[in-house]
Ligand binder design. Structure first.
Ligand code: G3P
Length: 215
């Protein structure tokens, strides 16, 4: 499972780019607002930091407007993937963009039927939201089941659309995304930092440190 950074904050992307293990970035309007810069400024900076798919989200609207906005971002760099919301107009826009060879990431996916429509339209990626479906259901495995069901459905019907597990809130979501067979997990900066930690690693390091001091 590939690791993407789910952030538009440039200092965070600069930091994770030094790790050498982050192969893409996803942004959305909330993340852009938090970053304090415009989407086009963010795109220009991010493409120089991470050499991989960078999702830039269009404003929700009718298919024609979304396609026109998508063309602007797609022209900016070869790695740009157009993030399109899961609506009927979004499905139409994905279909048109796929005929132009523009890559798409259909976002706000919460069911297999939505994923089927997006994949049939030619989406490069779909983004099922793990955290938000857990919130809605009050369960801690609804996100896992969603990603697994989409994975099984894509396998059964031979879709090449890749799954980006999104709305990841903690390490357990990352584990669940792996178990469900997501192709990619897009992960907030804090969770990326948490993933490296384990209390037994810390304890082991302490034991080694004490042993080398007592030499
Ligand atoms: O990738 C989508 C993600 O940014 C949404 O996360 O935590 O707002 O549900 P969240």
């Amino acid at each position: 499972m590939k690791l993407f950074a789910d952030t538009a904050i440039i200092s965070e992307i600069e930091e994770v780019s030094t790790w050498g293990i982050i192969s893409g970035v996803t942004t959305n309007p909330s993340l852009i607002a938090k970053s304090g810069i415009s989407l086009t400024d963010a795109i220009q900076k991010i493409v120089n930091l991470i050499d991989g798919p960078i999702s830039a989200e269009v404003q929700e609207g009718n298919a024609t407007d979304m396609v026109e906005e998508a063309k602007i971002y797609a022209k900016m760099h070869k790695n740009i993937v157009i993030k399109i919301p899961m609506t009927l107009e979004g499905v139409k826009a994905v279909k048109q963009l796929s005929t132009f060879g523009i890559k798409t990431n259909v976002t706000l996916v919460f069911s297999t039927s939505q994923a089927l429509m997006a994949a049939t339209a030619g989406a490069t990626y779909v983004s099922p939201f793990m955290g938000r479906i857990d919130d809605l259901t009050g369960r801690d495995d609804a996100g896992f089941e969603l990603v697994k069901a989409v994975k099984d459905m894509f396998k059964t019907y031979g879709f090449k659309t890749q799954i980006i597990a999104a709305s990841i809130r903690h390490n357990n979501h990352v584990d669940q995304a792996m178990k469900a067979g997501a192709d990619i997990a897009t992960i907030p900066f804090k969770v990326l930092n948490d993933m490296v930690k384990h209390e037994l690693t810390d304890r082991g390091l302490k034991i080694f440190r004490e042993a080398s001091q007592n030499k």
